[in-house]
Design a protein around this ligand. Structure first.
Ligand SMILES: Nc1ncnc2c1ncn2[C@@H]1O[C@H](COP(=O)(O)OP(=O)(O)OP(=O)(O)O)[C@@H](O)[C@H]1O
Length: 335
């Protein structure tokens, strides 16, 4: 495994700037998740590292080596895409063995067999090893695609929404597996997702992309607790952060136009009166949809709340964030 750096990477497609001067270090053994809405530049970033595409400017190093002139095969990266890519005429076993059978690697057969068995167990596909790839469900095919990356020992794994086509249970299982593979083997991963639970549970670092610019890079906790902007604050947190006029609860700091309140930053039973619009019972948590001075607010309450639609509820903010007109954070905190 290796440290990977992107230094001032810019990539344009015609008039579109897909990546705009992106500089990022992916430490050896890190699990870096890229977050951002569609079109933010996540996949383009992976393609730059893989060598499937070339930057217009900037450089990339993998393990201290500038990879500019290296082909994708020479970069020793393992890729998993959202869409599975298997050899349909081969069995699951043959698909998993394939990356290890390169004559260059000269991997002993016993080692190949052991790796295939281990990866098949991890991905819960041992019982399908002798099936043709065409006889698998979509979820099984995707697990084999992930397995084909895992049998290798690349400098970095590049994964583009690898779990998005799987059902919720398998997704949850594989989140844990991927995380433990990374933690136990020291694998380095660059991973694209729209799923903030994947980001929060697996990432050691999160990079937030906004129209091709890397606007924040840090641990999931830093991103959650210390966002640099409304945009960054909105990437993590369920329910989402509430964004309201800055002075809605009282005086706001100079320059602030909006206040940002995560659901847990709204203290209930004190302060000013809001109205309960909807009570959403989710089992372990109850979401309260409130109306406060004609602005909707979502917060959480304990699962057994007796509040009902139409009830009055006093609220006050605690530990709010303030943002300026451009959406950038103003560094003051409320009492
Ligand atoms: N081959 C291409 N030709 C033209 N434009 C492209 C190409 N690849 C990407 N783009 C553009 O570059 C920008 C970034 O695209 P990219 O696929 O990296 O976004 P993304 O964050 O991965 O989005 P998604 O979540 O939808 O996969 C978009 O505006 C996209 O239209």
């Amino acid at each position: 495994m290796a440290e990977v750096t992107l230094n001032g990477i810019t990539k344009r497609f015609g008039a579109d700037t897909a990546l705009d001067d992106v500089t990022m270090t992916i430490p050896d053994g890190a699990f870096v998740v890229l977050l951002g809405p569609t079109g933010a530049g996540k996949t383009t970033t992976l393609r730059m590292v893989s060598g499937l595409d070339r930057p217009d400017s900037g450089s990339i190093t993998i393990g201290d080596e500038d990879v500019k002139t290296l082909t994708p095969a020479e970069r020793n990266v393992a890729m998993v895409f959202q869409q599975y890519s298997l050899y349909p005429h081969l069995t699951v076993r043959q698909n998993l063995e394939f990356p290890l059978k390169s004559p260059l690697l000269r991997t002993p057969k016993a080692e190949i067999d052991a790796k295939v068995v281990r990866v098949a167990e991890t991905l819960q596909i041992s019982h399908k090893l002798d099936n043709k790839a065409t006889q698998l469900s979509g979820g099984e095919m995707q697990r084999v695609s992930i397995g084909r990356a895992l049998v290798r020992n690349p400098a970095i794994f590049l994964m583009d929404e690898p779990l998005s086509s799987l059902d919720a249970k398998l997704r949850a299982d594989l989140r844990i597996e991927l995380k433990s593979i990374q933690a136990n083997t020291g694998a380095t991963l660059l991973y694209v997702t729209h799923d903030q639970i994947e980001a929060m549970t697996m990432a050691t670092h999160v990079g937030v992309l906004d129209h091709g610019r890397l606007v924040q890079f840090g641990s999931p906790r830093e991103l959650y607790e210390d966002p640099v902007s409304i945009y960054a604050a909105s990437r993590l947190g369920q329910p989402r952060i509430n964004i309201l006029p800055a002075d809605i609860f009282g005086a706001a700091p100079a320059g602030a136009t909006r206040i940002g309140l995560r659901p847990e930053h709204i203290i209930q039973g004190e302060g000013q009166e809001a109205r309960v619009v909807r009570v959403e019972h989710l089992g372990d948590q109850t979401r309260l949809h409130l109306m406060f001075r004609e602005h909707p607010i979502v917060t959480v309450s304990d699962a057994h709340t007796t509040l009902n639609e139409g009830d009055a509820l006093s609220i006050r903010p605690e530990s709010a964030y303030y943002f300026d007109a451009a959406g950038n954070r103003i560094r003051v905190r409320t009492q």
